[in-house]
Design a protein around this ligand. Sequence first.
Ligand SMILES: [Zn+2]
Length: 119
Amino acid sequence: MSSVVDLVEPGHLAHLATPANLRLGREIAARSGVEILDFGTCRVTARVSNGQRRRVELSSTPQGLEWRCTCTKRPDLFCKHCVAVAVATWDEAPPLGERSDLAAWSSGSAAAGERSSEP
Ligand SMILES: [Zn+2]
């Protein structure tokens, strides 16, 4: 099973969130609005401060990434808080090789589903 970090790679997020939420979430993460409470391989919980406090949980399941945020009851909505926590999770993760897929931030979904495995 993948770790949460694997499932929040930037190329992936572009498929999960709307462009607006992607941008807002990245802004929240950039100004340190995310406080990670528990960083586990299969589950990350965090508090997001963006005016209001939200609590976000990202977990890795056999079906893929699952998420929950206290701002919405819609299970399909990957909101800006989820984006912020996903970005913070990715940034917190120990570097894996080159992490060259960071380029996906600018190129959209180009790198989704593809990982370079250069030594
Ligand atoms: Zn939210």
